[in-house]
Design a binder for this molecule. Structure first.
Ligand code: N01
Length: 581
């Protein structure tokens, strides 16, 4: 912890009885709390960090910013909020997103129900009392009818056990747990391990400070320029003049955010048209680059054309041909999460920046003052571990979650996560997940995905209260069918073909399962809406008196948008053309 990272305040452990305990005070936990309060329920939120913001609280590395345009990377549930908050850049920097998270906490008066610097360690279902008993690392012991996991998809840092790391005499920083006071690398020799999104954003800025920067690359990464810019007041005004229309268009998109998309298959276009489209899309930049044609993530031949275009771009930027070749990925374009950068490739033209290939000969060991690869020691004063996360399930693994029959969630998920709609898991009554495995989550705009889940869960919880239900959980059969569907749909996409964190392959020993739902956000929403309209089909509810009362749809209604059939019709799905970036 650096001097500016606030130390946790001493406090006495608490006991208490709540309607709900929410784990995590990122955007998901905060919005869940807001909706629980709207239902008149009592809730306690436990947050491991010292403040709200989740991902944006922890990931303070230089250059951290979102890769969904700011005007869409925000809550849509309050028009007043949309109008009063103003983003300054096309892609918001981390401090501004964290300021927005704090604004949400203050504006909706959420802090009084959030306990910070507290990690939930155990949650145990008491089937007689129909309640969860929850324990924390600060000695709290509380109980709640509902236990809601808002733990994020990328919040359990992956720290590979490099031999000798404990002997290193300098600091080792993980991008996902960056010191609050920032780090000044001026005059230092820095080693960055990894070349994913976090590395790609931070490397150009670290290079500006460091005397020498050595990047250790295991897999070359595809990256597209962000062309980030300051938002003009006129642009902001124009969006705000009809924000609901933009929100509605976004909800109808497979990604949950809106950008121009060309449905034409790349292989139906001639070479000149393809080059022109790719050039235009490159000049627009960001994730929408993948919207240049409709089949890029479905047909290998089509993907080869965009990959070839992007390789030529790398070769045109990086002056040393050998380095350029090392930076050219040989896997499917966009198979791993596409990166969005500012000046990443050009950084390798700087004389003090070196790229070391560790794809065939991995990092051998770390010494007191360096990193050794293939017998060569690269001297470094500080190490930046941009090595990613135990994605999707890593934060669940850290909590001993015990369900109805004494089975733990970790045991149940040993061969891969099993959840109905990514929202609930059989054997774990009244236990809900926000953006859990099997939901679109990381393949959609996260804040939209969070809002849809929370609204749906709030309607479910409201319905349980209306009919006096004490417990709900999905059936094993419906859960199995959903898990199978998630796997089937993933096979349609080229994304299932590489060893990414989407499938858990970035960490040795994890089961290889495609975890997010890749069928598109609107199709997923439609399924959730059907489940609700059909009286929570696929769930079993305990209820003192049988009730056939149909669920009152309070919040879910706004998610019932017509599908953008230009982009995502059943025919498009059948034709394997579900564009998801
Ligand atoms: O992590 P990553 P991240 N030896 O897993 C390498 C979101 N995000 O923190 O590819 C050597 O992508 C690993 O190599 P390989 C976004 O969704 C968003 O960068 O496994 N190298 C890889 O290069 C993103 O996808 C934003 O072969 C090792 C790197 O470390 C996700 O978070 C910004 C290694 C890890 O890359 C995660 O991104 C930042 C080892 N033993 C993050 N182990 C934006 O919104 C791992 N690596 C823009």
């Amino acid at each position: 912890m650096d001097a500016k990272t606030p130390a946790p305040q001493a406090r006495a452990p608490e006991t208490g009885i709540f309607d709900a305990v929410v784990v995590g005070a990122g955007f998901a936990g905060m919005y869940m709390l807001h909706r629980l309060r709207g239902l008149g329920l009592s809730a306690r939120v436990y947050e491991a960090g010292g403040g709200v913001g989740g991902t944006w609280y922890w990931n303070r590395y230089p250059g951290a910013r979102c890769d969904v345009e700011s005007m869409q990377y925000s809550f849509s549930f309050s028009e007043e909020l949309d109008q009063e908050w103003t983003w300054s850049e096309k892609y918001s920097p981390q401090p501004e997103i964290l300021a927005y998270a704090n604004h949400i906490a203050d504006r909706f008066g959420l802090r009084q129900d959030i306990v910070f610097d507290t990690r939930v360690t155990a949650a145990t279902w008491d089937n007689r009392a129909k309640r969860w008993h929850i324990e924390t690392d600060r000695g709290d012991k509380v109980s709640a009818k509902f236990c809601i996991m808002a733990v994020g998809c990328l919040s359990a840092p992956n720290r590979p056990k490099f031999p000798g790391i404990e002997d290193f005499e300098g600091p080792v920083y993980h991008t996902g747990e960056w010191p609050h006071g920032g780090v000044d690398f001026t005059g230092l020799r820095v080693g960055v391990i990894g070349t994913g999104s976090s590395a790609i954003q931070s490397i150009p800025i670290i290079a500006e400070q460091a005397s020498h920067l050595t990047v250790f690359q295991r897999t070359a990464t595809w990256s597209v320029p962000a062309w980030n810019e300051t938002l003009t007041p006129d642009y902001v005004k124009a969006v705000k003049a009809d924000y609901p229309a933009l929100r509605a268009k976004a909800r109808a998109r497979p990604t949950g955010f809106y950008f121009p998309f060309n449905m034409k298959p790349a292989l139906d276009a001639g070479e000149d048209e393809r080059q022109q489209r790719y050039e235009e899309a490159w000049q627009r930049g960001g994730l929408p680059f993948l919207g240049a044609f409709g089949d890029l993530l479905f047909e290998k031949g089509a993907n080869d054309t965009i990959a070839s275009f992007a390789r030529d771009k790398i070769r045109s930027i990086v002056k040393d041909p050998a380095i350029a070749e090392l930076l050219c990925p040989d896997n499917v374009f966009g198979c791993k999460r596409l990166c969005v950068d500012t000046g990443y490739y050009a950084t390798y033209n700087l004389p003090h920046v070196k790229l070391v290939d560790v794809s065939k000969k991995p990092i051998e060991r770390i010494t007191a003052g360096g990193i050794v690869v293939d017998g060569v020691e690269y001297p470094v004063d500080a190490i930046v571990s941009a090595t990613g996360f135990a994605a999707m399930t890593g934060s669940f693994d850290k909590i001993a979650i015990t369900g109805r029959d004494g089975l733990t969630l970790a045991e149940k998920w040993r061969a891969g996560p099993r959840a109905y709609l990514g929202l609930a898991s059989a054997g774990f009554p009244n236990f809900f997940m926000i953006t859990g495995p099997g939901s679109p989550s990381v393949l959609a705009s996260m804040i939209q995905a969070i809002e849809q889940h929370v609204d749906w869960l709030a309607d479910l919880i409201g319905h349980m209260r209306d009919i006096g239900s004490s417990a709900i959980e999905p059936t094993v059969a419906d859960e199995d069918a959903w898990v199978e569907h998630v796997t089937e749909v993933s096979k349609v996409s080229l994304r299932s073909t590489c060893s990414s964190w989407y499938v858990g392959a970035n960490i040795p020993g994890r089961p290889i399962v495609f975890m997010p739902y890749i069928g598109g956000f609107p199709i997923y929403v439609q399924k959730c809406n059907e489940v609700m309209s059909n009286g929570f089909e696929g769930f079993v509810m305990d209820c003192a008196a049988a009730s056939n009362a149909p669920p009152r749809v309070r919040l879910t209604e706004r998610w019932r948008v017509p599908l953008d059939i230009e982009v995502i019709s059943p025919a498009a799905v059948a034709a394997r053309r579900v564009p998801v970036v």
